[in-house]
Design a protein around this ligand. Structure first.
Ligand code: URA
Length: 204
C-alpha cells in the first residue's frame, strides 16, 4: 500500500499545505519528478488559473508556468490587461509526468487516477484562496474542476459555475497555441484565447 502524505490540519496554513505537498505520495508521479510544484500567488487573489501539470522547466524551477507555455501565458495576460502577480496560478497535477527520449523529457498527459489523487491539493488551494473566479486552462484542468469529462469546446465562452458557486471560465491551454503548426490558425486561436482572458478581466 502506498503511503499517503498526512493531510494538513483544517486549521493549517497555506505554507503548511505547501510543505505537506512536498512529500506527497498519493500517486506514482512523485517517484520520477524533481519536486512538487505547488501553486503561487496572493491568497487574496480574485482569480485562480489552473493549468495541467508542471512541464520540464517548472519541474526544475519548482514554480508553475515559467517555461514556454508560461511565456505565452504571460504575454497574452499582458495583452488582455491582466496582471499575473495579482492572480493565483496552479496546476491540476503537481508533479511532472514525462517519458525520457534520449536527453529529453517528453510531457505525458496525467491519467484520471493521477488527476483525482491530486484533486486533494487543488481543493486545499481553493479553500485557502477562495477566488471569485477560476479559469481552467485546457481540458485536464476543466475535468479536475468539474469532476467529469465535459468537452472544453462546449463549455468555452459560457458563464459557468462550480458546485460551490465559484464562477468558472474554460479556455484552452497556452501550450495548445504553441503546438498549432499553421501560423494563421495560431494567430486566430491566440486571439480567441486573449478574448477569453479579457472576459476574465471583466468578470473580476
Ligand atoms: N503547463 C502547465 O499546465 N502548467 C505549467 O506549470 C507549465 C506548463
Amino acid at each position: 500500500r502506498e503511503e499517503v502524505a498526512e493531510a494538513p490540519a483544517a486549521s493549517g496554513s497555506w505554507a503548511e499545505a505547501k510543505a505537506a505537498a512536498r512529500d506527497c505520495t498519493r500517486c506514482g508521479l512523485c517517484q520520477h519528478a524533481t519536486q512538487t510544484v505547488f501553486g503561487e500567488g496572493p491568497l487574496a487573489a480574485p482569480v485562480m488559473f489552473v493549468g495541467e501539470q508542471p512541464g520540464d522547466q517548472e519541474d526544475l524551477a519548482g514554480k508553475p508556468f515559467v517555461g514556454p507555455a508560461g511565456r505565452v501565458f504571460d504575454r497574452v495576460m499582458g495583452e488582455a490587461g491582466l496582471d499575473r502577480s495579482r492572480a493565483y496560478v496552479t496546476n491540476a497535477v503537481k508533479h511532472f509526468k514525462f517519458e525520457v527520449r534520449g536527453k529529453r523529457r517528453i510531457h505525458q498527459k496525467p491519467n484520471a487516477g493521477e488527476i483525482s489523487a491530486c484533486r486533494f491539493w487543488l481543493g486545499l488551494e481553493r479553500d485557502f484562496v477562495r477566488p471569485k473566479l477560476i479559469v481552467a486552462l485546457g481540458a485536464t484542468a476543466l475535468h479536475a474542476l468539474i469532476g467529469h469529462s465535459g468537452s472544453l469546446a462546449s463549455m468555452r465562452e459560457r458563464d459557468l459555475t462550480l458546485d460551490d458557486g465559484t464562477a468558472l471560465v474554460a479556455t484552452v491551454h497556452p501550450s495548445y497555441l504553441l503546438r498549432l503548426p499553421d501560423e494563421a490558425a495560431r494567430l486566430r486561436e491566440t486571439e480567441r484565447f486573449r478574448a477569453d482572458l479579457e472576459r476574465v478581466g471583466r468578470l473580476v
